[in-house]
Design a protein around this ligand. Structure first.
Ligand code: ZN
Length: 159
């Protein structure tokens, strides 16, 4: 496995704005990418990572919360209910945090690394992470949706 370089907003915002295309065949390169994305996410202490964030424009997402580790290929959100408001950050925007409104519960349909379709329903942090990562696949960054960003003073208080 290998650590991948994370695309940062201040270095290549244009790339992060691009739309990712569907995975049509799960090749060994795709499963290797999944392994490397998981390692990269864990190394950066993140709870989610989309392939676009490591320079690959494919609809692939990894998420890890206390609910477990999830690999989503071609994810499609099929249901959103409720609402939560809270802090949100992104490995591509280090040092920034914002307050966002997200659904409290999200159901997503995706393929696993064997190409088998499955459905995942997540609440709270997992719901937020699913929305955040699926947005990345369409070039959307959480700051687009943030109610507001935290100020420098607030960021200091968080530390
Ligand atoms: Zn992100």
């Amino acid at each position: 496995m290998a650590l991948l370089k994370i695309v940062k907003e201040n270095e290549d915002l244009e790339f992060l704005r691009r739309k990712s295309s569907e995975v049509t065949e799960i090749t060994p390169r795709i499963t290797e990418l999944l392994d490397n994305m998981i390692e990269t996410m864990r190394n950066a202490n993140g709870c989610g990572l989309a392939a676009v964030q490591v320079g690959v424009l494919r609809r692939i997402v990894v998420i890890e919360t206390e609910d477990g580790l999830f690999e989503l290929i071609n994810p499609v959100i099929t249901k959103k209910t409720g609402e939560q408001q809270g802090m949100e950050g992104c490995l591509s925007l280090p040092g920034k945090w914002g307050i966002t409104k997200r659904p409290q519960c999200v159901t997503v349909r995706a393929l696993d690394r064997e190409g088998k379709e499955f459905e995942l329903t997540g609440y709270d942090l997992l719901a937020k992470a699913i929305c955040h990562e699926v947005d990345h696949l369409d070039g959307i960054i959480y700051t687009d949706k943030a109610v507001r960003m935290l100020s420098a003073e607030e960021l200091e208080e968080e530390e």
